[in-house]
Design a protein around this ligand. Structure first.
Ligand code: 3EB
Length: 348
């Protein structure tokens, strides 16, 4: 998001988060984290590790994902707030709240024989219960991780089982479904339980589609018995800040995967999807960017590490000049997808 255009009246459906605490995400080299936190004017709400050690002194929720970082770096994803933070924990769920914002994480082991569908449905029902209980019923952004995403189990691919469980938990419970579904990511880890992390709010956000893509929740049945429950992006807008959470975005046009076997071309198609989404969000938020690229924090999920160089080269463009990109090795929800990009884009 670039400079706001001349102020104009907010339309009534736009939530106004007055004096909202400001949430930010940074990627910090793990050995620098303690020093960075000590000198930062912000307080940690959540830390996501991709295998790097997290200092024991950290008191906020921590989630460790088996998604190896590529490119010889060991960064931690650090979510912070500029307002006071309160931590809540139960045995399965931990969360940090700051004003109108909650960052939470829930992990469930898959019990032998239970099936990923049942585990996912249980995880989502509990997650909804916890965020509602704490007063943050609106889902803003959600990430989903589990191993073996493309493996078949009981005759159905695990990603599709996951989609069924998620759909069954949300369709009956989430007010305004499917229009209220948040931006999402679902990526396959190498090992670990089902891991969810979520940003939720006391107030609703705006969920967007991508003009180049069919809503994922309207995918035809060909892709699985239940469509994937996520929006293409979520926009948070206060009178000062605008923040866009971009879902995992891949080489999907309409509902079809494009460019099988071609990591570089898939990256270019993904960039076109991101540009369309950013333009759509600018239009909605009344942002005029000119030629300024947005300031973003992106994660690029790469299925095969030997594609890294080609993908990095394709992303070496002005659009990302003011942004930070972290590369992770992860499996994607359709076998043919080789790369997926998600991000957070802010005005400040
Ligand atoms: C796609 O466009 C790619 O199931 O939560 C991207 C982001 C994808 C999130 C999810 C799936 C999900 O369908 C896959």
């Amino acid at each position: 998001m670039g400079q706001r255009a001349t102020p104009r009246p907010l339309r009534s459906h736009q939530p106004l988060l007055e004096a909202a605490p400001h949430l930010r995400v940074d990627y910090i080299e793990s050995t620098n984290l303690s020093r960075w936190l000590a000198t930062s004017a912000t307080l940690p709400m959540a830390i996501v590790s991709f295998g790097s050690p997290v200092p024991a002194s950290v008191s906020c929720p921590v989630i460790t994902l088996d998604l190896p970082q590529l490119g010889n770096r060991s960064d931690l994803e650090v979510w912070t707030s500029d307002q006071p933070v309160t931590v809540h924990r139960t045995h399965e769920f931990s969360a940090a709240a700051s004003g109108e914002i909650l960052a939470g994480t829930l992990q469930l082991e898959e019990e032998p024989g239970a099936g990923l569908q049942a585990t996912t449905e249980r995880a989502y029902r509990r997650l909804l219960h916890h965020v509602q209980e704490l007063g943050y019923p609106y889902l803003w952004r959600i990430w989903n991780f589990f191993p073996g995403i493309n493996e078949d189990e009981h005759g159905l691919e695990r990603y599709r089982q996951f989609c069924v469980g998620r759909h069954q938990a949300l369709a009956g419970t989430l007010q305004g479904f499917p229009g209220s579904l948040p931006a999402g990511t679902a990526v396959g880890t190498r090992s670990g339980p089902l891991q969810l992390y979520v940003l939720a709010g006391t107030q609703p956000a705006i969920h967007l589609g991508n003009p180049r893509q069919v809503h994922a929740y309207e995918y035809p049945e060909h892709y699985g018995p239940c469509s994937p429950s996520f929006a293409r992006a979520t926009l948070l807008q206060s009178d000062i800040h605008a923040q866009l959470f971009i879902s995992g975005t891949a080489s999907v046009v309409g509902h079809e995967s494009r460019h099988m076997g071609l990591p570089e071309t898939q990256t270019l198609e993904t960039i076109d999807n991101l540009r369309a989404l950013l333009a759509h969000a600018d239009e909605l938020s009344g942002t005029t960017r000119g030629h300024q690229p947005p300031r973003g924090r992106y994660k690029v999920y790469v299925r095969q590490p030997d594609h890294l160089e080609a993908i990095q080269q394709a992303l070496n463009i002005p659009l990302f000049a003011s942004s930070r990109i972290v590369y992770l090795q992860g499996d994607l929800c359709r076998r043919e997808l080789l790369i997926e990009i998600e991000g957070v884009v802010t005005t400040d």
